[in-house]
Design a binder for this molecule. Structure first.
Ligand SMILES: Cc1cc2nc3c(=O)[nH]c(=O)nc-3n(C[C@H](O)[C@H](O)[C@H](O)COP(=O)(O)O)c2cc1C
Length: 194
């Protein structure tokens, strides 16, 4: 059997999504795949990859514009490959997060409209004032933090991230003929990391 090549592409502003992408990449590599973890800006073409995982930080309840642009630019090729998507946000770290899973999953709707993932995951990220410019992001972040009673900190759940990544290997194998045709709602996994 040939080694599968998997791309983990991410968009991040303050770094926490890059860390999640690296952890996903390490888990996939431990499963025997040959994995490249790249910022989306550094990806030119997807031809060499058998499957793609893409993820973005959330701002304003949506994927970053550059991440959606990446999906738009590569949508035809992504629809022919197994494709999984994740997002990194702070809502899942908030004390009132329980019961809001559907709300957070809605941050993925622009993604689904472009390319239907065989698996989706929503992970809690990090709040770090030092990683964003004070104006306007720092102010926005402080307001978000105070209003939601979520102090700055790193809320990434590495066990949940690794568990989702470990489940992708078999899913990618099953969807190797292309995600659009191969997997419908029954192949759709939503994992929430609180
Ligand atoms: C300006 C700004 C807006 C944000 N908007 C949201 C939001 O709408 N919903 C949410 O859950 N998290 C929001 N966040 C939190 C980020 O998604 C979170 O900090 C994430 O870990 C950032 O990823 P990054 O470090 O890869 O940039 C926002 C953060 C900033 C700085």
């Amino acid at each position: 059997m040939t080694t599968r090549r998997i791309l983990v592409a991410y968009a991040s502003r303050a770094g926490s999504t890059g860390g999640v992408a690296e952890a996903i990449g390490r888990t996939l590599a431990e499963g025997g795949a040959q994995v490249d973890v790249r910022h989306m800006n550094d990806v030119e073409d997807l031809e060499q990859y058998d499957a793609v995982v893409a993820g973005s930080a959330i701002r304003g309840k949506a994927w970053l514009p550059e991440a959606l642009e990446f999906l738009r630019a590569h949508r035809h090729e992504l629809r022919r490959k197994p494709f999984a998507a994740f997002l990194v946000c702070i809502t899942l770290a908030m004390p009132m997060a329980a019961g809001h899973e559907e709300f957070v999953a809605s941050f993925m709707q622009d993604v689904r409209a472009l390319v239907k993932p065989v698996s989706e995951a929503c992970f809690a990220g990090a709040l770090d004032y030092s990683k964003v410019p004070l104006m306007p992001e720092g102010i926005q972040l402080r307001v978000l933090s105070v209003a939601s009673q979520t102090p700055p900190g790193d809320y990434r759940d590495w066990d949940a991230i690794r568990a989702w990544a470990a489940g992708l290997g078999p899913l990618f194998g099953a969807a190797s003929s292309g995600n659009a045709a191969g997997l419908g709602a029954s192949g759709h996994v939503l994992s929430m990391a609180l």
